[in-house]
Each structure stands twice: as structure tokens, then as C-alpha cells.
Design a protein around this ligand. Structure first.
Ligand SMILES: Nc1ncnc2c1ncn2[C@@H]1O[C@H](COP(=O)(O)OP(=O)(O)O)[C@@H](O)[C@H]1O
Ligand SMILES: [Mg+2]
Length: 350
């Protein structure tokens, strides 16, 4: 942005010169007139003094008016806007004083102020969105628990029904608990700048352990698993957080793949990077969802909305940011998806 920095504005100089020439012209005329008219010496001294006094008053008023237009009024508008913002109104906008080609530092300040208010406003919406999302996600399991508890209280349920209701309560409670721990985790990760727990460890072993966790779920859905994992690959990262990444990617793969589908895990490494891809033959991701799947609470496919809460990939993304890693997605709707994670390899001493 170009800010006008004019140390000697010619237009102002011309105005002042014009005024002063005019005034001193009148002064000289006055002296000639008084001389000719034979006024007393006292009068000849006092009249010019009064005259210049009037000129000084005029100049003072002129300068005062100028200051009011250039500084006081815009500052007053800014003060008014600041007050509104402090009361929580983020819709304020203060217009700049000059046009874009004649901006001064006050204009720049006003523009930055407008930008700041806009940013504050969007943070505020994010916050309210977050609160309403959390409340929405909590409502369903709480309602389920309430219903089952009421049914249990009637005392009319058979033993089998009682078991079913108790199971319902347990499921809803674990959904709530996973929601809360995900929110807490995400909150902690968002405020964390660097990871202090990074250590060099074998990611292959961790991958095998994660796959093992999902074996039962895959068998149940008759999903074929292909794993192409090296014997050993060292990365430097926080192992607990990386476990979240693999578990979330695998749980999504299992969740979004139909019965009889297939999941492939491939891991490769070179001197600098370790790459892990998780592919599935599931429903795939629509193009318009692609940009949103890493957002908190975003769930593309609502038919699965009862499972999960849309926080999984937000966590994955944040963890990878902290680990200097990357994630790429390739997906074809109806065909399947591949999530490719790239991590820096641990620098071995030898
Ligand atoms: N493997 C996958 N196949 C198809 N869609 C996926 C896959 N993984 C993630 N998605 C899409 O991304 C969304 C967000 O995923 P995630 O944050 O893990 O939330 P959740 O699993 O709770 O729905 C999902 O709702 C889904 O629409
Ligand atoms: Mg998920």
C-alpha cells in the first residue's frame, strides 16, 4: 500500500503564500492611507497591530478547522466504532478519509482497524458455531440415556429388554465420553505450539498394532485387508499422538467401506520421509466435501452421523501439523479414498 508522505505540500504552500502576500499588501496600503490622511503616530502603530491581530485570529480558526477535519472527526468516528466493538457489535466499518491514491497513516490505521474488527467477528462466529455444534452433538446421547432410564424406571421391562436398555445407556455414555475427550484433546493440541514428547520410534510396529485393533471390525464387515509394511522405519514424533492419526484413518476406512470391500495399508520410506497410505474401496468423498472434511464437526455422509462426531480428521490434521507431517487425499466418489500421510524420517546418528 502506498502511503502519502509529503513533507512539503506545494498546494498548502501556495495557499499560505497567497494569503500572506494579500495580507501584507493590505498592510502596506493601510500604511500609505494613514500617512496620507495624516493620522497620529499612535493610531499608525495601533491600527496595524489590530489588523495583524485579526489576521492571526483568522489563521488560528483556519488551522483549527483543518485539524478538526483531518484528525478530530475521523478519530471521533474511530472512538465511536471502538465503543461499539467493545459492546460486541462486530459489524462496524469506518470509512477512510482519503481515496485509495492519497492514503495517509490515519487511513492506514482505519483500514487496519476495519480488518481487525472483521477478524474478531469471524472468531466470534467460530466460537458460537463451536458451542452450538457441541451442544447439538451432546443432545442426542443425553436424550437416549434419558429415554432408556425412563423405560427402566417403569419396571415393566423383561430381563432381555432391561439388558437392551442398559446397553443403550452404555453406548450413549461412551459416545458422550469420546466426544468430550476428543474436544479436550483438540483444544489442548490447538494451544500447543511444539510437541515436547517427540522421540524416535518404529512406526511400522505402531501401524501393526493399530491394524490389530480394527481386525475384528473388519472381519465383521468381511473387509479384506492388505498390508504392505516394512520391517522397520523410524520417525521422530509423539507416539501417543500418532496413534490417534492411524486409528482415526483406519476407523474411517472401516466405517465408510461397505461389507465385502477392501482396505489397503502401504508404508514406504526413503532417507528423508516415511509415507503411509490408507486406501479403501468405500463410498469416497464428494468434490464439494473435500475442502471441509478437516473442519471440526464436519460430517460429509450423514447416514453415518450416529457414529463419530466429525472431530477425527480435525485431530489428524492438527497432530500432523505439530509433527511437521502432511496429509493428502485422493478420492473418487463411489470408488474409494486414499489418505496419504508423509512424515519426516528420524535422523539416525550413523
Ligand atoms: N475413508 C473415508 N471414505 C469416505 N469418506 C470419508 C473417509 N474418511 C473421512 N470421510 C469423510 O470425512 C468426514 C469427516 O471425517 P471425521 O472427521 O473422521 O468424522 P467422522 O468419522 O466422525 O464422521 C466424514 O464424515 C466423511 O464424510
Ligand atoms: Mg472419523
Amino acid at each position: 500500500m502506498k502511503v502519502r508522505k509529503n513533507l512539503f505540500p506545494p498546494s498548502v504552500f501556495a495557499i499560505y503564500l497567497g494569503i500572506l502576500l494579500f495580507m501584507s499588501g493590505i498592510h502596506t496600503g493601510l500604511l500609505v492611507f494613514m500617512n496620507k490622511a495624516g493620522w497620529s503616530e499612535l493610531a499608525q502603530t495601533i491600527v496595524p497591530m489590530v489588523y495583524w491581530g485579526i489576521v492571526a485570529v483568522g489563521l488560528t480558526l483556519f488551522t483549527r478547522g483543518k485539524i478538526r477535519c483531518t484528525y478530530e472527526e475521523p478519530l471521533h468516528r474511530m472512538a465511536e466504532a471502538t465503543r461499539k466493538v467493545s459492546e460486541g457489535d462486530f459489524s462496524v466499518y469506518v470509512p477512510t478519509i482519503h481515496t485509495a491514491d492519497k492514503l495517509d497513516y490515519l487511513d492506514v490505521m482505519i483500514m487496519d482497524f476495519n480488518k481487525m474488527v472483521e477478524e474478531l467477528g469471524s472468531i466470534e462466529t467460530l466460537k458460537t458455531d463451536f458451542v452450538s455444534n457441541v451442544s447439538h452433538e451432546m443432545k442426542t446421547p443425553v436424550a437416549v440415556i434419558k429415554n432408556y432410564a425412563q423405560l427402566l424406571q417403569t419396571g415393566k421391562a423383561s430381563e432381555a429388554q432391561e439388558k437392551e436398555y442398559a446397553k443403550g445407556i452404555e453406548d450413549a455414555a461412551s459416545k458422550l465420553s469420546s466426544l468430550i475427550s476428543n474436544i479436550l484433546r483438540l483444544n489442548k493440541l490447538e494451544h500447543q505450539k511444539i510437541t515436547s514428547e517427540a522421540e524416535a520410534y518404529d512406526v511400522c510396529r505402531q501401524l501393526c498394532e493399530s491394524v490389530f485393533l480394527f481386525e475384528e471390525a473388519m472381519e465383521e464387515k468381511e473387509i479384506a485387508l492388505e498390508a504392505d509394511i516394512e520391517d522397520k522405519a523410524m520417525i521422530e514424533a509423539d507416539a501417543d499422538l500418532m496413534e490417534l492419526v492411524w486409528n482415526n484413518l483406519l476407523s474411517n476406512a472401516v466405517k465408510f467401506t461397505k461389507r465385502g470391500g477392501a482396505i489397503t495399508i502401504r508404508q514406504t520410506s526413503d532417507e528423508h520421509h516415511v509415507r503411509v497410505s490408507v486406501s479403501d474401496t468405500g463410498c469416497g468423498i464428494a468434490k464439494e466435501s473435500m475442502n471441509h472434511i478437516f473442519e471440526k464437526f464436519y460430517q460429509g455422509d450423514t447416514s453415518h452421523a450416529t457414529e463419530g462426531n466429525g472431530l477425527g480428521l480435525a485431530l489428524v490434521k492438527r497432530v500432523l501439523e505439530l509433527m511437521d507431517g502432511e496429509i493428502q487425499i485422493t478420492s473418487e466418489e463411489g470408488e474409494g479414498s486414499t489418505f496419504l500421510v508423509t512424515l519426516p524420517a528420524a535422523q539416525t546418528g550413523d
